[in-house]
Design a protein around this ligand. Structure first.
Ligand code: NDP
Length: 479
């Protein structure tokens, strides 16, 4: 008999099964196509506490009660089909864990369905790719707390460990809280990657730096607050050579995406958070797919234009700009997590989430410790940008972000994520936005009413701006 079951032996499931087994647990594995199970067992089965099941029924029979089964299969309809297959085979008190990249709305729906059958459900974000699955991923579980009590120790055992040894796994809330957190993680990942790419684009368009030189600069930045997995791989990628030539300039500039960035932006819209950097990162990926049109347009319009005499001091400013934009990105990401309470009822604890992102996952970085400290010192911090450490960095680095964005605009180098980060910062630190005019416009054409700044107590007013409108105003509500 096995202590846990696992369904899905593609790259993630196979590596996760090996990880679980390596921590001393016995695992029963099942895959829809039995050939994959046979291959897995022939390579890894010898001498390990792994048992193969040919059918779902056989899998169920091989697991200790109450059963826990991790599903690592293709997200979407296959998960619903698998749940439908397993529900009649399971007993009350058993738990299914979905470790795939589920849309958290599906996780909420599936949790309800499982509960109707007396079964427990955990939706668990898993980050770290193949390597993470094998050696320790960052795990973001949410769902039935009782199921977490049963399986939490195993999940912490198999998770990545932060530099101080703490497990990168914690219970995050009911039903979809874990998959929601993974979604926001991936959205931040989109933003992080885009900011690094824009910095590279600036370097290659505005300067005469070689890929090696750029790689060295990213490696240097990696030693400070910009340090992290994505900065590390950016440096290594830029320095990578094939037949003596840098490989990266030869790679087609058309980006893929699998949906989680889009879900983050949709959720930001749902909770009313301006997640502009992730939004621009997503739209930038969309724009990359118009390759043929871009090539044609590049023949019609001039640009980009290089800078003259780019010195080490300017390269340093690029790093400062990147750090400022990254802080703004994370401030927006934390705001989505915090504001989801209003929409979904989860009370996200930012220090817990930042802690479990410190190891195993794609956005692991040095800055996460500072985020932990910021929200631990002030749990009611309204925006990460104003935490003492971040505000000092922003005060110092925003002039560099301004300069880089301005140079990009002047020279025709697209820096959408950096520019939107700066615009968000300038909007956030502005005591008087032009929404007074906006409210007047809304009232002018739609009688939507407005408040007077110096007399808000008197409530919404409507003005008959043209002398020809009526006195009836529209209802006051925000959607
Ligand atoms: P894939 O997403 O490529 O899915 C392949 C697996 O799903 C196979 O085991 C396949 O079985 C199974 N499957 C597909 N359709 C069905 C079905 N209708 N019924 C039962 N099983 C089915 O595998 P990955 O290992 O890449 O990813 C697994 C999950 O983990 C996905 O949700 C993915 O988004 C997520 N994830 C992936 C990461 C990665 O880096 N790859 C990182 C983090 C999460 P069969 O062999 O029979 O086709």
């Amino acid at each position: 008999m096995a202590q846990i079951g696992l369904v899905g032996l593609a790259v993630m499931g196979a590596n996760l099964a090996l990880n679980i087994e390596s921590r001393g647990y016995s695992v029963a594995v099942y895959n829809r196509t039995y050939a994959a199970t046979e291959k897995f067992m022939s390579i890894y089965g010898e001498g390990r506490k792994l048992e193969a099941a040919k059918t779902p029924e056989e899998l169920i029979a091989k697991i200790d009660k109450p059963r826990t089964i991790i599903m690592m299969i293709k997200a979407g309809a296959p998960v619903d089909a698998l749940i439908d297959t397993l529900i009649p085979l399971l007993d009350k008190g058993d738990t299914l864990i979905d470790g795939g990249n589920a849309n958290f709305h599906d996780t909420v729906r599936r949790s309800k369905k499982m509960a109707e059958h007396g079964l427990m459900y955990i939706g668990m974000g898993v980050s770290g790719g193949e390597e993470g699955a094998l050696h320790g991923p960052s795990l973001m579980p949410g769902g039935d707390y009782k199921a977490w009590e049963n399986v939490g120790q195993l999940l912490m055992d198999i998770s990545a460990k932060a530099p101080n040894g703490e497990p990168c796994c914690a219970y995050l809330g009911t039903d979809g809280a874990g998959h929601f957190t993974k979604t926001v993680h991936n959205g931040i990942e989109y933003g992080d990657m885009e900011l690094l790419c824009e910095t590279y684009q600036f370097m290659r368009n505005a300067t005469d730096m070689t890929c090696d030189q750029m790689g060295d600069v990213f490696a240097k930045w990696n030693e400070g607050m910009l340090g992290g997995y994505l900065t590390t791989i950016t440096s290594e990628i830029l320095k990578f050579k094939e037949n003596g030539e840098a490989l990266v300039p030869r790679i087609l500039d058309v980006a893929g995406q699998k949906g989680t960035g889009k879900w983050t932006v949709i959720e930001a819209l749902n909770v009313g958070v301006p997640s502009t950097v992730v939004g621009e990162a997503l739209f930038s990926r969309f724009l990359t797919t118009k390759k043929a049109e871009r090539v044609e347009a590049s023949k019609i319009f001039d640009g980009p234009e290089a800078m003259e005499n780019v010195d080490a001091a300017f390269v340093e400013k690029l790093g400062e700009a990147l750090l400022a934009a990254k802080i703004i990105l994370y401030a927006q990401g934390c705001a989505i997590l915090i504001d989801c309470t209003k929409e979904y009822g989860w009370k996200m604890h930012i220090p817990t989430i930042a802690r479990l992102w410190r190891g195993g996952c794609i956005i692991r970085s040095n800055m996460l410790e500072d985020i932990v400290e910021a929200f631990e010192t002030n749990p009611d911090l309204p925006n990460m940008m104003i935490a003492p450490k971040f505000r000092e960095i922003l005060k110092k680095n925003i002039p560099s972000l301004r300069e880089v964005v301005a140079e990009g605009a002047k020279r025709g180098i697209a820096l959408p994520a950096m520019a939107s980060a700066l615009a968000y910062f300038d909007g956030y630190r502005c005591a008087k936005l032009p929404a007074n005019l906006l409210q007047a416009q809304r009232d002018y054409f739609g009688a939507h009413t407005y408040l007077l700044e110096d007399d808000q107590e008197s409530g919404p007013r409507h003005t008959n701006w043209t002398g020809e409108g009526g006195e009836i105003s529209s209802g006051v509500y925000n959607v």
